[in-house]
Design a protein around this ligand. Structure first.
Ligand code: NAP
Ligand code: FE
Length: 363
């Protein structure tokens, strides 16, 4: 069973791991730029970062203007601050949006970047330390940064081995007050990553093992997700599960589920994880027809058949978005051009994608 796997991020997990492991930050340099959104000032992440950097005698500046579905404009602004401040490294704290934006900031701070989506990523970027405060994207262990591409009216990823952070701290305590909707959406994103990794042409024995364990943990937390009540242990479990799913897609990439979801996010503001949750069950039903043998392994990893899984997801989603058929035809045409369509073990034509969209969010 030949495979290759590369994931060069040092991971440290556990309660208060940032403060307890402050020394790990010392070698990164004297000056840090913290790239974040607004919530890290309230959930304890920024406080712990300040404590850890302070202990090492490191100084820092904060760029806290990263918005959900980050724009290239805020990336460039963050990079200008990194340069004027003379940052030696970046600490990213937040959900996927600040973590992804930080990777692009690290790139633009070190290289002259014109169009970020076509820029050839060669040479160094600023070293990064990532601290997730949602449990979903796995960005702390991936080489992807997903940004809003207004010219292309979509979300688009940049990717390079240099965009892996050097270090990730996993502490579920920052999620104590994470809103239920964000918790559910991000969990659906992580579940989608694990499942999509199993259906990727780049999947293999190791990513399958990671995906199975990720799904065991994430779906094991389903009772808490349904109730909306979480212990610290639940938070740690969801976070660990989402990091494992990130390790899966770091190697495999994603499939048409993510490809279709970008239009729902770009044109309607559907949160990224929710978009995947809306689309995943109908996508899996189609895969059942196309690649039944492989799907038996997915069913085994889910611990339930696809209708049972679809029901569980539907309960979490509540009322679905619905779009008219002309809109969905446009989204199918856009998704068909996305490179993650070809990344799937099953072939999905534009017609097939439209069928999934109709079943998921048809009007
Ligand atoms: P997010 O956009 O980072 O955050 C969603 C919301 O939750 C924001 O309003 C955020 O506020 C808030 N929030 C974050 N942590 C919180 C906490 N601990 N307590 C209270 N509120 C908190 O959402 P996300 O789902 O984590 O990330 C989505 C992004 O990641 C998308 O752009 C998606 O395309 C990308 N993504 C990347 C990868 C990858 O491999 N790199 C994979 C999948 C998805 P503030 O931001 O203001 O703090
Ligand atoms: Fe995702």
């Amino acid at each position: 069973m030949p495979f290759a796997y590369y994931m060069p991020v040092r991971i440290v997990a556990g309660e208060d791991c940032v403060k307890k492991n402050a020394a790990l930050l010392a070698p990164f340099g004297a000056r840090a730029l913290v790239v974040t959104g607004k919530s890290s000032a309230k959930n304890g992440a920024l406080e712990d970062i300040a404590y850890a950097l302070g202990r090492n005698g490191q100084t820092f500046a904060v760029y806290d203007k990263i918005e959900p579905n980050p724009s290239v404009a805020s990336v460039k602004e963050g990079a200008a601050l990194a340069r004027s401040f003379g940052a030696d490294f970046i600490v990213a704290a937040g959900g996927g949006s600040p973590m992804d934006a930080a990777k692009a900031v690290a790139l633009c701070a070190r290289q002259e970047v014109g169009d970020i989506f076509t820029h050839p990523i060669e040479g160094d970027v600023l070293p990064m330390v990532h601290i997730p405060t949602t449990a979903g994207t796995g960005s702390e262990v991936t080489p992807y940064s997903i940004l809003t591409d207004d010219a292309g009216q979509t979300k688009r990823s940049i990717s390079a081995p240099q965009l892996f952070p050097k270090l990730a701290f996993l502490d579920g305590k920052y999620m104590a007050d994470l809103p239920q909707q964000v918790t559910v959406n991000t969990a659906l994103d992580a579940i989608s990553h694990a499942v999509e990794g199993m259906l990727s042409v780049r999947g293999g024995a190791l990513t399958d093992a990671l995906a199975r364990e990720s799904l065991r943990l994430l779906l094991g937390a389903y009772p808490a997700l349904r109730l909306g009540k979480y212990t610290l242990q639940d938070r740690q479990t969801l976070l660990y599960g989402s990091t494992l799913a990130g390790m899966v897609i770091a190697a495999t990439g994603t499939t048409p589920v993510h490809g279709m979801g970008y239009a729902l996010t770009y044109f309607h503001g559907v949160p990224h994880g929710r978009a995947n949750g809306l689309l995943l069950p109908a996508f899996l039903e189609a895969c059942m027809q196309k690649i039944p043998a492989r799907m038996q392994e997915v069913v085994a990893a889910l611990g339930m058949d696809i209708p049972a899984f679809a029901h569980k997801v539907a309960v979490l989603l509540g009322r679905r978005e619905a779009y008219n058929d002309k809109t969905l035809q446009d989204y199918a045409a856009r998704a068909a051009k996305n490179r993650n369509v070809a990344n799937c073990l099953a072939h999905f034509s534009e017609e097939d994608l439209l069928a999934v969209l109709r079943r998921s969010v048809g009007g």
